[in-house]
Design a protein around this ligand. Structure first.
Ligand code: NAP
Ligand code: MG
Length: 482
């Protein structure tokens, strides 16, 4: 006998969403000229109207950031900057529930994840970087490393506030000021963060947020007042940015796409591994750059793993993201839903075998059932291209060497997972894998002290840890040090 879960809805009354939002420039909200709607992807309800940033808005934001850099932020001691970062971190913790509900409404991800993962990690990034602000001389980057000035930061929709934290916290800790553009479909938590900057009495102009679309992002990238660019998003746009800055002296970190291999050896603890596979691909609806989207199973355990995985997938609860029992929420946008559908149809056409558990999906909103494709070969597009949704491609191997070759046979190199009981096998495999982040017997674990980034088409540079600080600082001769 199975029992139905009673609804366990988180109340949305804690958030107050305005009917429209301007940009946050020089410490104030300023109205935009044109607006576009932001939706709740679980219901298609219009939540608010967001300003579409123009060239003139970006000019004003860069001018404010430049002024704040020259007059205030670059003159302040690291200890003082750290105080603001600690203050922001504490306010984020105090207002965590509000941020979690707002992120869930605007993005579609389950409240369980925003509440337990996104927002606590956001606060952790500010705390971590607050601690570095007065210790930069001891970060191993040489004597007195210097900030670049104004950093232009462009972020995607999959972890809206977390990507903001990954960008804003190190920039501020290292003494840079910022102009940040959130993704078109998920600006609301960035705008609430602007209120936190006001509440923390952060000097005006240190953080500026210009909302808008790809053209607003391109204007930031090309602005002559921007000296450092931090971008997270698709490989396609990352390449455009790399081309745009090729003949300039702008520095950039690019955190791009992935097609992470999750390798299961025959000695892996199968039940734990199945949990890890589910976490690897169905966490955040699979909208994760480092998702374990290619499962590579040793042939001798493949049937057992697939069978147990299917049983486990029947327990995944798809539905209202505000329900505390929901595991898989809404797909962030209609466009993304179409992309996932198109690539999955390619999987069918290429002869892979599709399977999803029975689940009833709401008529309203954007939904995709958790899906696996078995019988996938390396030549299939679903083994090579990023689907960025709850869709897993399953391949098999016979020898460890074959597993490594298959895992590395991709244009990307962001993440990988290894499941095995043998430490020696884990160390051997992790040395062969061309991936920036490798997890063993776990997946999708993040920590602000741990550098994150990729090889090949997954991007340039690292974010987080000491490596992430280095990306915001001129060192050696570049800094003017003798
Ligand atoms: P995207 O289309 O590249 O968008 C990312 C951001 O860039 C958005 O703010 C977007 O604005 C803006 N943008 C679009 N065109 C631009 C241009 N020509 N110049 C400057 N900015 C521009 O990516 P997405 O579809 O939102 O995000 C998903 C991708 O991000 C996936 O490929 C995923 O793997 C990657 N990702 C990587 C990491 C990592 O750390 N490596 C983390 C998360 C996600 P609009 O929103 O208005 O389009
Ligand atoms: Mg939205």
């Amino acid at each position: 006998m199975t029992f139905e879960y009673a609804p366990a809805l988180e109340s949305r009354s804690i958030v107050e969403i305005k009917s429209k939002y301007g940009h946050f420039i020089d410490g104030k909200f300023v109205p935009g000229k044109k607006y576009f709607p932001t939706l709740n992807p679980a219901t298609e309800e219009v939540l608010s109207q967001i300003s579409l940033g123009t060239t003139s808005d970006v000019d004003k934001a860069v001018a404010a950031a430049q002024k704040a850099y020259t007059k205030t932020w670059s003159k302040m001691s690291g200890k003082e900057r750290g105080k603001y970062l600690y203050r922001i971190a504490r306010i984020l913790q105090e207002r965590a529930r509000e941020f979690a509900v707002l992120e869930t409404l605007d993005n579609g991800k389950p409240i369980r994840e925003t509440r337990d993962i996104d927002i606590p990690l956001v606060a952790a990034h500010f705390f971590y970087h607050a601690g570095w602000a007065d210790k930069l001389d001891y970060a191993g980057l040489g004597h007195s490393p210097q900030p670049y000035g104004v950093a232009g930061q462009i972020i995607p929709w999959n972890f809206p506030l977390l990507m903001l934290a990954w960008k804003v916290a190190p920039a501020l800790a290292t003494g840079n000021t910022v102009v940040l553009k959130p993704a078109e479909t998920t600006s609301l938590t960035a705008l609430l963060f602007a209120e936190v900057c006001q509440q923390a009495e952060l000097p005006n102009g240190v953080v500026n947020i210009v909302t808008g679309d790809g053209s607003t992002g391109a204007t930031i990238v090309n602005h002559p007042g921007i000296h450092k660019i931090a971008f997270t998003g698709s490989t396609e746009v990352g390449k455009k940015i790399a081309r745009a800055i090729a003949s300039t002296d702008k520095k950039a970190t690019l955190e791009l796409g992935g097609k992470g291999a999750n390798i299961v050896f025959d000695d892996a603890p199968i039940d734990e591994t199945v949990e890890g596979i589910v976490n690897g691909i169905f966490f955040n609806q699979g909208h994760v750059c480092c998702a374990g989207s290619r499962l590579i199973l040793q042939e001798s355990v493949a049937d057992e793993v697939i069978e147990k995985l299917k049983v486990r997938m029947t327990k995944i609860r798809v539905g209202d993201p505000l329900d505390k029992n929901t595991d898989l929420g809404a797909i962030n946008s209609k466009e993304q839903l179409l992309k996932i559908g198109e690539l999955s149809a390619v999987g069918d056409a290429e002869g892979a075998e599709r399977w999803s558990p029975a689940c009833s999906l709401s008529e309203k909103g954007y939904w995709f059932a958790p899906t696996i494709f078995t019988g996938v070969t390396q030549a299939h597009r679903i083994a090579q291209e990023e689907i960025f949704g709850p869709v897993l491609s399953v391949l098999t191997f016979r020898t460890p060497q074959e597993a490594i070759e298959k895992a590395n046979n991709t244009p990307f190199g962001l993440s990988a997972g290894i499941w095995s009981e043998k430490g020696s096998r884990i160390f051997w495999a992790s040395q062969q894998l061309k991936a920036g982040v490798i997890w063993a017997n776990t997946f999708n674990k993040f920590d602000p002290a741990s550098p994150f980034g990729g090889y090949k088409e997954s991007g340039w540079g690292r974010e987080g840890g000491r490596h992430g600080l280095a990306a915001y600082l001129k060192t050696g001769k570049e800094s003017g040090a003798k």
